[in-house]
Design a protein around this ligand. Structure first.
Ligand SMILES: [Zn+2]
Length: 92
């Protein structure tokens, strides 16, 4: 998931003002909880959604679906040089 997000981010930015922007991601471990017995565990990858205590499959995902933008930083673009004065036509 982080790899495909990074790949698409690069494609979306290419040729725009954001070309060269850096995407920093932080992964959140997926955790699940068994509804009948209350046990919670890290699902791992591929996700294990079966409770090891009661072998039940009535689990809910506690975390791991998050996709949030927490911060956006940018710096001002380099200032453009002053335009060269346009010579004014001389009045005859
Ligand atoms: Zn259980």
């Amino acid at each position: 998931m982080p790899d495909s997000l990074s790949f698409c981010f690069g494609l979306a930015c290419a040729g725009t003002l954001l070309e060269g922007a850096e995407l920093v991601t932080r992964s959140v471990p997926a955790r699940a909880r068994c509804a009948p017995c209350g046990r919670a565990w890290d699902t791992g990858m591929p996700p294990d959604m079966i409770c090891a205590a009661c072998r039940g499959g009535a689990t809910e995902l506690l975390s791991g679906r998050e996709l949030r933008i927490s911060e956006v930083h940018w710096s001002a673009p380099p200032t453009a040089p002053d335009p060269t004065p346009v010579p004014q036509p001389e009045e005859s």
